[in-house]
Write a protein that binds this ligand. Structure first.
Ligand code: BGC
Length: 270
């Protein structure tokens, strides 16, 4: 008989950048799958606290934690608060990310640094803390087959070059190799490390690219599957990657992009 047990029952997760967009949808989906969730936010407490309330009203466990993932001390505190609240941490979804777009000649060092600090260094700081915690936790009482899992929110731009966004593409290219190298390093500890590469998902980060009819038509030309992705498309992939159903999956990137990374411009060309 199929089990009706929620796939992430008794798990505890940290989701960074969970006050909006993909992070919020992932945190909510994990909670619906039975996970206790630390909802991290940097500057928007209200949606984070509303999400926590929605989860706890349904009988789930959640806390909101303010932290800037590019700051070492903040990251340590984030993990301490999650583990104090839930007794353990089994999953990190390292999702925080920003864009500061400019043509290269106009890109300030500050905008280069901010994107690298949040999108790449933030991933390193969170992953390092997760590995330390996973290794220190006793094997007895583990809710999953793995000793812990990390999901890095990457982007199709971990492989697709993106003019006018070199800071963002450089950071995501870095996330790709961080994920693969770290997976190789910690697999012997029973820790799984994977990435999700979303394409154009309906979130505040790409609002401008969808704002007018003309922009939307242009964007849809890049998506063979013919629609913009929804945050829930990514959230469902995260629940699967976090669960024991993906226990033999490590060091890979799951593209959730409606085919954006399939070079659609080659369909009638080349
Ligand atoms: C970016 C979005 C963009 C999408 C596809 C994402 O990583 O954050 O702004 O729409 O990639 O290009």
């Amino acid at each position: 008989m199929p089990s009706t047990r929620p796939p992430l029952q008794n798990h505890a997760a940290i989701v960074t950048g969970a006050s909006s967009g993909i992070g919020l949808a992932v945190a909510e989906a994990l909670a619906n799958a039975g996970d206790a969730v630390a909802v991290n936010y940097r500057s928007q407490p209200v949606p984070a606290e509303e999400l926590v309330r929605r989860i706890t009203d349904r009988g789930g466990r959640a806390i909101a934690v303010q932290a800037d993932v590019s700051q070492e001390a903040d990251v340590t505190r984030l993990f301490e608060e999650a583990s104090a609240a839930f007794g353990r941490v089994d999953l990190l979804v390292s999702n925080s990310g920003v864009q500061k777009d400019a043509a290269v000649a106009d890109m300030s060092l500050a905008d280069w640094n901010t994107v690298i600090d949040v999108n790449l260094t933030g991933q390193f700081l969170c992953a390092r803390e997760a590995v330390r915690r996973f290794r220190a936790q006793p094997a007895a009482g583990r809710p999953a087959r793995s000793a812990g899992a990390i999901i890095a929110m990457s982007s199709v731009h971990e492989i697709i070059p993106w003019a006018g966004h070199i800071n963002y593409a450089a950071a995501k290219g870095g996330v790709r190799m961080l994920t693969r190298s770290l997976a190789q390093e910690v697999a012997p500890d029973g820790i799984r490390v994977n990435a999700i590469a979303p394409g154009a998902i309906r979130t505040p980060i790409n609002k401008e690219a969808r704002d007018s009819e003309e922009a939307l038509t242009k964007l849809l030309r890049l998506i063979p599957y013919g629609r913009i992705g929804e945050p829930e498309d990514v959230a469902r992939a995260a629940v699967w990657l976090a669960s024991d159903d993906a226990d033999y999956v490590t060091g890979t990137t799951l593209f959730v992009d409606g085919g954006m990374s399939l070079y659609p411009e080659f369909r009638d060309n080349g």
